[in-house]
Design a protein around this ligand. Structure first.
Ligand SMILES: Nc1nc2c(ncn2[C@@H]2O[C@H](COP(=O)(O)OP(=O)(O)OP(=O)(O)O)[C@@H](O)[C@H]2O)c(=O)[nH]1
Ligand SMILES: [Mg+2]
Length: 458
């Protein structure tokens, strides 16, 4: 699906910057250009794309680095934040127990209104609320039948009259009826087909005036691309759009069109439809959506965890000084491994590292975890003197440690090599730049996880 393509393109652009030797102006500009290309290909409106990438570029070049963050991490964070902001603020649909909320659904023919009405009713019924549905579509043949059937399926009452030709009166009566019945969410389904769009808009205006909805939700077909913007703007002119539901994001969706629509109305997306079935509805959370789109897992969580662990470790000033000058012992490495394991299983940590988690095969993660365990056994078999000064590890000491820890000499040597790498890693950590995600990734990928590049296959 096209959304996946967009995700891959954005992810690729970010990966490039993760691998770049230096994040300079040229790299940032190149990143902005690639993001532009990816969004345009996903059919996002040109002007919106230009504004977005200009902001990313400006922030990446001008903002001061937050302490403990590398330039790369900062750029990734900006892209993530700007894309999330582009999709609006998270805005869940909130109900109050015992109070009736009236939701008027509008949208063009075939956008998925009726299906979404049933999905929403089922969603809130499952959460313990009492929903009800009003059918105010007198144009579509069998509209009432379609809704009644869906209503029966999910056990939600439907108000309507297949013989009526007065949608305004139907809406009014239905809402009145369900308010009396103390329904907590009253969803009004409307017509999408009209000979002329103006007539449809006028009808929406009249219904809105008659029932005074708490919220008007615009349903947009996620597959229509750029037209979404015009459509949203037209509806917005007729009635105050409070929220958006984007449907069909499961198929060949040009999600970019929907993104444009949101920016055009200023109304938040509250739900997305991801299939034809009743349960194919998801509350929309911009950050989660973007993280999923970028395939970068939960970056925020990772950064937070690194901070917490660093705090927890409470490095003593003397240790800090030793580390800054590169005097790191294997004992420190052991402590680092301990700290790392406090962050959770390796595979979970890896999934949170942009550009690493998605490309590491499960098997390799398992091997990496095994290896970490072995390293710990090895270090447990070393004497305090050896731990404090790994340079004294000669062939006979290596042989002894291997035997004592139940590992091989090669594995002991690998740890010593690893130690050299960690030394550099911890040094950059101590300099206050924080551990670089790229280095962390390299460490596991190349060092602990094995030498081969997982993306090249095996
Ligand atoms: N794949 C997929 N199909 C959907 C989704 N939402 C709705 N549809 C399909 O889209 C078609 C139209 O859906 P309706 O709910 O009838 O659309 P409507 O807006 O009520 O249409 P009118 O009443 O004619 O204005 C149906 O075939 C639905 O099954 C979705 O999220 N994913
Ligand atoms: Mg319908």
């Amino acid at each position: 699906m096209v959304l996946e393509q967009l995700g891959r393109a954005l992810h690729g652009a970010l990966q490039k910057i993760t691998r770049a030797a230096h994040v300079d102006e040229r790299a940032v500009k190149e990143l902005a250009r690639e993001i532009q290309r990816a969004l345009l290909q996903a059919d996002v409106n040109v002007e919106l794309v230009l504004n977005l990438t200009k902001r990313i570029e400006k922030r990446a070049l001008e903002e001061k680095l937050p302490p403990g963050m590398s330039r790369k991490e900062h750029v990734i964070k900006i892209v993530y934040e700007e894309l999330s902001a582009f999709l609006g603020k998270p805005a869940p649909l909130q109900l109050e127990a015992g109070r009736s909320k009236v939701l008027l659904m509008v949208g063009l023919q075939g956008s998925g209104k009726t299906t979404s009405v049933a999905k929403l009713a089922a969603h809130f019924k499952k959460r313990g609320y009492k929903p009800a549905i009003v059918c105010a579509d007198t144009y579509r043949p069998g509209a009432y039948e379609q809704l009644s059937q869906l209503g029966r399926q999910i056990g939600v009452e439907v108000f309507g009259d297949p013989n009526s030709s007065d949608p305004i009166n139907l809406a009014k009566e239905g809402v009145k009826n369900f308010k009396k019945e103390r329904a907590e969410l009253i969803i009004v389904d409307t017509a999408g087909r009209h000979r002329r769009e103006e007539a449809l808009m006028k009808e929406m205006q009249e219904i809105a005036k008659a029932i005074g909805p708490d919220e008007i939700m615009l349903v947009i077909d996620g597959t229509i691309g750029q037209q979404a913007k015009e459509q949203a703007a037209a509806f917005k002119q007729a009635t105050p759009i409070g929220s958006i539901l984007v449907t069909k994001l499961d198929g060949t969706a040009k999600g970019g069109g929907a993104l444009s629509a949101v920016a055009a109305t200023g109304a938040p997306i509250k739900f997305i439809g991801v299939g034809e079935h009743i349960e194919d509805l998801e509350p929309f959370v911009p950050e989660k959506f973007v993280a999923r789109l970028l395939g970068m897992g939960d970056l925020e969580t990772l950064l937070q965890k690194i901070e917490e662990v660093a705090k927890e470790e409470k490095l003593k000033p003397a240790d800090m000084k030793a580390m800054m000058t590169g005097k790191i012992t294997l004992r420190d490495v052991y402590d680092q491994l301990e700290a790392l394991s406090k962050m959770g299983p390796l595979r979970k940590i890896m999934q949170m590292i942009p550009g690493v988690g998605v490309s590491l095969p499960e098997e390799q993660l398992r091997v990496g975890e095994e290896k970490l365990k072995k390293f710990k056994y090895i270090m447990q078999s070393m004497t305090p003197q050896e731990l404090d000064d790994p340079k004294i590890m000669n062939a006979s000491r290596i042989r002894r440690v291997a035997r004592g820890s139940g590992t091989t000499e090669a594995e002991v040597r690998e740890l010593l090599k690893q130690y050299e790498m960690m030394k550099r890693f911890i040094k950059s950590f101590a300099k206050g730049r924080g551990p670089k995600l790229g280095q962390l990734g390299k460490m596991f990928r190349g060092g602990i996880g094995g030498e081969r590049d997982p993306r090249k296959g095996s």
